[in-house]
Design a protein around this ligand. Structure first.
Ligand code: COA
Length: 367
């Protein structure tokens, strides 16, 4: 059975930064409160022309470059996002088109902030089963578009950004070792965007009632998160036959420093073993774990041979954890510049749209 290795990684965040002091100008809050209660100092916010697909494509090109993989070699793209661009088409398909990933299947996975763990596990399982060789997993968000900027309970928390991993099949042991995924839909109403789906389609009254924005029972979510982070980590360790002492780094979902602190206490581990960057990004939902990992890899903290736990929780309610042995890119001959495919992807997309347009005209004439 092949192993599923993480061989490429990349991240992208919008340039625009919103500090706590900036927020204090729009809602009744202050820098000291936000830092003390959440650990967040600032977050990146997308401009009007930035979307989960554009940020996801930036992160994906970087990940492909590290892995030395062409977009045309990707078999499967999973985009996990809590802020999809449309109900359909899937954001994964927009990414597929912009990358020029001509042979890839593509779908979105919605498990809110736990999405990256679910998606990584799904991609790894597809590789381990032998049905595919190369997968791209993207976690990408512009959740700022669903924030009520008058609600100080939520607007201080979230930020925008994207992270992407390339996974490849290899005979060498390592890569994704185990994963656990959990859900409890009875808690779904504690964190939701109530309207805009088929239960409450957009109407004048849903808009007036602010039902297209994130609504959250912060205390309830906090209690749930502190309960599940340590237990999910332990379960994933048990599933891999590992002990916590064998783990070099824990990469938690970056939602609140106090939740990460509670997980550390639950696992009886010092905070130094946790990768934390919430201060500069806030909660970027599905992108928070890959962004934290990419930074840690680029700083040289995560090294080949390190055993890792990724652990998260989110709306649904969902939670899960995944263990992996870090190996890095598979050595390969030649040097691919996936960036060169950017133009190819655009051109291909344009040509396909033109062909579809011409076919449409011809068919209309035939009818
Ligand atoms: N600035 C200043 N004061 C604020 C505030 C803000 N942004 N938000 C709330 N307060 C006030 C409250 O009104 C309350 O005042 P009171 O005591 O006079 O009534 C006080 O601060 C404490 O509020 P509380 O809601 O108890 O704060 P908290 O410590 O629970 O922190 C959250 C609030 C949202 C930061 C916290 O509950 C949390 O992080 N929950 C988890 C959310 C999460 O992770 N969601 C994403 C999941 S993926």
């Amino acid at each position: 059975m092949p192993y599923a290795h993480i061989t490429g990684w990349g991240m992208a965040v919008p340039e625009g930064v919103l500090t706590n002091d900036d927020l204090a100008k729009i809602v009744d809050t202050n820098d000291a409160w936000i830092r003390e209660r959440t650990g967040i100092r600032e977050r990146h916010i997308a401009k009007e022309n930035e979307f989960p697909s554009t940020l996801g494509v930036e992160a994906a090109f970087k990940a492909l470059k590290v892995a030395n993989v062409r977009p045309t070699e990707i078999d499967l793209i999973i985009c996990t996002t809590s802020s999809p661009e449309y109900l359909f088409p899937a954001t994964a398909c927009l990414i597929q088109d912009q990358l020029g990933a001509t042979k890839a299947g593509a779908f979105d996975l919605l498990a809110a902030c736990t999405g990256f763990i679910y998606a990584l596990n799904m991609a790894a399982q597809a590789i381990r089963s032998g049905s595919i060789k190369t997968a791209l997993v993207v976690g990408s968000e512009t959740l700022s578009r669903f924030i009520d900027w008058k609600d100080r309970g939520t607007c201080i928390l979230f930020g925008d950004g994207a992270g992407a991993f390339v996974l490849q099949a290899s005979d060498q042991p390592g890569g994704v070792l185990s994963a656990v995924m959990h859900s409890d839909g009875s808690g779904g109403d504690s964190l939701s965007i109530p309207a805009g789906g088929s239960r409450q389609p957009a109407t004048e009254s849903t808009v007036h009632a602010n039902k297209h924005y994130i609504q959250m029972d912060g205390k309830e979510v906090f209690r749930f998160a502190t309960r599940v982070m340590a237990s999910a980590t332990q379960e994933a360790l048990d599933a891999a036959g590992l002990t916590v002492d064998q783990i070099k780094w824990i990469i938690p979902h970056q939602a609140n420093i106090r939740i990460i602190d509670a997980a550390a206490r639950g696992l009886k581990l010092p905070m130094e073993r946790f990768i934390v960057n919430i201060d500069r990004y806030g909660n970027t939902s599905t992108a928070s774990i890959p962004i934290a990992m990419v930074e840690a890899i680029e700083k040289g903290q995560i090294k080949p041979g390190d055993k890792l736990v990724l652990v998260g929780f989110g709306a649904g309610l969902t939670w899960g954890a995944l263990t992996a042995e870090w190996t890095g890119p598979i050595p390969s001959k030649g040097h691919i510049r996936p960036e060169q495919y950017r133009l190819f992807g655009r051109l291909r997309s344009f040509v396909r749209r033109a062909i579809r347009f011409i076919e449409g005209l011809l068919y209309r004439r035939e009818l």
